[in-house]
Write a new protein. Structure first.
Length: 237
């Protein structure tokens, strides 16, 4: 069904914004999350709180929002724990990739999601991948996902479309998109309910959301918030 979409929802700012984007465009939307014993398990926990709050605060979207799926991928944690050779570590460093990079993770996410979508008679997969920030891993780049879209469609003999509404947006533009979709209510919901902190901190609440305030993920989110707020002040002034 082209009027139905399956959103890869991690519990962070980007995927939460993508869920709102999908709900504004499709008649039926479902979500899927992945448990691979990741360090940022707080992000996986936040996704359920975000879904519940979204249902409560946006009744029209609640009517479109279907079931939430959860897939366990323990092999990803095993891969992440595999000791790298010095040559592999040097190669990743030269490409600007952090030691925490898990090769092919997004490819696995989309493959699992496509299998679920096939069962649910859905053709559209939505992900929050973005090329404009530090997390632009090779398995989340636009060219990669376009190629994967073709491979999944051929391999399943079922049309698959991968949508990445944030691919060309920076974090400031992502905050603006959230505001365009759901106003101050959605922005506040994303600020309070989502989690993107690398260290998994959720007890501290800043203007830009919850996190440690020190890690690169928090820094990216904070700088995006500040840039967005500066633009809004300039426009209102």
């Amino acid at each position: 069904m082209k009027n139905a979409a399956l959103v890869l929802l991690s519990g962070g700012q980007d995927s939460a914004t993508c869920l709102a984007w999908a709900l504004s465009r499709f008649d039926r939307v479902e979500t899927i999350g992945f448990d691979y014993k990741q360090r940022r398990s707080v992000e996986a926990e936040a996704r359920l709180g975000f879904i519940a709050a979204l249902r409560r605060l946006f009744p029209a979207w609640n009517a479109k929002l279907g079931v939430d799926h959860r897939a366990e991928l323990p092999e990803l944690s095993q891969l992440a724990e595999t000791a790298m050779t010095p040559e592999a570590a040097a190669r990743m460093g030269a490409k600007g990739l952090p030691p925490t990079f898990v090769p092919g993770r997004n490819l696995m996410f989309f493959t699992y999601a496509a299998a679920v979508a096939y069962r649910r008679n859905m053709q559209v997969l939505v992900g929050g991948m973005c090329e404009t920030d530090f997390s632009a891993y090779p398995d989340g780049r636009d060219d990669t996902l376009k190629a994967l879209q073709v491979a999944l469609s051929l391999g399943m003999d079922h049309s698959v479309a991968i949508e990445t509404p944030l691919m060309r947006l920076d974090k400031a533009a992502t905050w603006q998109l959230a505001h365009d979709l759901g106003g101050d209510v959605l922005v506040e919901l994303i600020r309070e309910e989502t989690a993107s902190c690398t260290l998994g901190e959720r007890n501290k609440l800043f203007d830009w959301g919850r996190g440690c305030g020190l890690c690169p993920a928090c820094g990216l989110r904070a700088s995006g918030w500040q840039a967005w707020q500066a633009t809004r002040r300039a426009q209102s002034g």
